[in-house]
Design a protein around this ligand. Sequence first.
Ligand SMILES: [Zn+2]
Length: 218
Amino acid sequence: MSKERVVVIFPHPDDESFGASGTISKFRDEGVPVTYLCGTLGEMGRNMGNPVFANRETLSSFRKKELAEAAKQLDIDVEMLGYRDKTLEFEPRKQVAEHLKERIEALGATIIITHYPGYAVHPDHDALGAAVIDAVEDMPEENRPQVWMHAISNQSEQDLGKPDIVADVRPYWERKLAAIKAHLSQADGMMSLIEDHDQASEQLERLKTERFYTYKFQ
Ligand SMILES: [Zn+2]
């Protein structure tokens, strides 16, 4: 048995599938337990399915079911953190960090996957990533898990250089696609991209590599 224990921390149902499901699949194949701590239910999302099947009131229950299905595809555990979508940046960061630290310690995380604060293109992504850093920084040095940060912004390589972890996730592509497809209400844009064979899309190619920056604690 591997000694690793991976905890993925993102704010929305589908962040795990788009951002890290290849890496998650690799860990699962190695027998590493993976838990997704999902910040919100993504209930303020603008996509309601295509054709539309959800509305503002029902979206959260659809997204919860979609996340359960994606978790089944990826063979991971999910815990909801219970925050409200699009409000994470307004939560007291210290409180969020304390909450996260409690869960990180309880789960015995050795590797955390989260967003790179400031380079994650969405205020919820930036806020939760920043709270993860605070949480881990607050732990005794010898107990700190590694923190792998997913940058999304086009500006990231210019500012930060190349990420130190670059994983070709083609071997896990089928599983990654299945996980993305599980997020039915959100995945429509992606699906048309995949079905549009003429367009050897850059966006699609990008999904076949997952890149992370390891956080360097002072
Ligand atoms: Zn997101």
